[in-house]
Structures are given as C-alpha cells and as structure tokens.
Write a protein that binds this ligand. Structure first.
Ligand SMILES: CC(C)(COP(=O)(O)OP(=O)(O)OC[C@H]1O[C@@H](n2cnc3c(N)ncnc32)[C@H](O)[C@@H]1OP(=O)(O)O)[C@@H](O)C(=O)NCCC(=O)NCCS
Length: 167
C-alpha cells in the first residue's frame, strides 16, 4: 500500500476535542507571551475553552481543520464565513485561529492548514480573507506577511487611569 502523504490535513472530528482544547490554550499563552499588553485569559476563560471548542466544531458557518503526523494531531486552523449587504466585499472568510505545535513548525504545515481552510472559503464563495494578529507575535507576523496579508487597522489600548492623567 502507498504510504500516506504526511502530514495528513483533514476536517476536525469530535475525537480531536482534547487536542483542540490543549492547542487553543497553547495559542493563548503564545499570544500573551508575545505582547504584555494584550488581554489575559482568566482561569474562568480557560475553563470555558472546552465550550469554545464545541462551538467551533458545531458552528454552521465554521470549519476546523487539523494536521496529523504519525497519528498525532500537531496543528489546527479555525475559520468562519460572514456575509453582509452594507459593505463590500459582501463575503469575508475569517481565519480565527491557527496553531502548529512547536517541534513541527517551518515544515509547511501552517500553510497547508490555511490551504484547507481556503477550500471551505472557495466553496462558500468568499471574496476576501481577513484575520487579526498580535503585534509582537513574530511567528504570526512572518507567516501572514509571507501569505500576502497586510495590516489595515491598528487596535490600541491604555488604562482609563493613564488616559485621564494625560487629559
Ligand atoms: C504561525 C504558525 C501557525 C506557522 O506555522 P508553520 O507550520 O511553522 O508555517 P509554515 O512552515 O507553513 O511557514 C510558511 C512561511 O511563513 C513564514 N514564517 C513562518 N514562521 C515564521 C517565523 N517564526 N518567523 C518568520 N517567518 C515565518 C516563512 O516565510 C515560512 O516559510 P519558510 O519556512 O520557507 O521560511 C506557527 O508558527 C504557530 O503555530 N505559531 C504560534 C501560534 C501563532 O502565532 N499563531 C498565529 C496567530 S495569528
């Protein structure tokens, strides 16, 4: 029998829940380490990740894909589609999260996960693909730049106290 091409990229199954919860948490930790100013997930938030993953898996307008190497789930990507009449483009695919376990990075797995989400976006006739990434997340910045994404909006924050001091 011909050996399967590794990694295998496939739609997520209910049995991937455990890996998805773990990687969603690792993604959050990575983002928090990338920039001390981003919102931190609370313990309650961490406890709710399982619910979040459930919604990701069940959402009508969403798709979760995973990468598997030697039977181990080593990465995932999560995308949603959105349509509106008040703006153009009228149909936008969002990449809401992507994570590849550290030892498996720089082997093209992230790119293949995005490729799999694009099949979903194509089938749903999306015109644009949109995402957010944290300033200071070097992996995200390099990865998305390489795929042609360009920043269009800055999100900025300060504490109310700090703002009032400056008024
Ligand atoms: C971002 C991430 C998903 C990329 O996955 P990956 O499997 O390593 O990506 P690929 O191997 O397909 O990389 C494709 C290209 O993206 C760019 N790239 C990827 N990682 C990079 C990095 N750390 N620094 C600079 N460029 C990078 C490179 O051009 C790379 O091509 P090359 O390896 O031939 O130079 C992975 O690093 C990751 O999970 N990071 C932690 C979570 C995260 O930051 N997610 C994104 C949130 S917005």
């Amino acid at each position: 029998m011909k050996p399967k091409r590794e990694p295998m990229i496939r739609g997520a199954r209910a049995s991937d829940r455990g890996d998805l919860v773990e990687m969603r948490l690792l993604l959050q930790r990575h983002l928090e380490a990338s920039n001390p100013r981003i919102w931190r997930m609370t313990e309650e938030g961490e406890r709710k990740i399982a619910e979040e993953v459930e919604q990701m898996l069940c959402g009508e307008d969403s798709r979760v894909v995973v990468a598997e190497v030697g039977g181990v789930v080593v990465g995932y990507a999560y995308g949603t589609v959105s349509r509106r009449a008040s703006f153009t483009p009228r149909s936008v695919g969002f990449i809401n999260g992507i994570y590849v376990r550290e030892p498996y990075r720089r082997r093209g797995i992230g790119t293949r996960l995005v490729g799999e989400l694009c099949k979903f976006f194509d089938a749903e006739k999306m015109e644009e693909v949109n995402l957010r990434y944290v300033v200071g997340n070097r992996e995200g910045e390099g990865f998305w730049r390489r795929l042609g994404f360009k920043p269009i909006i800055h999100t900025a924050n300060t504490s109310l106290e700090e703002l009032e001091r400056r008024l």
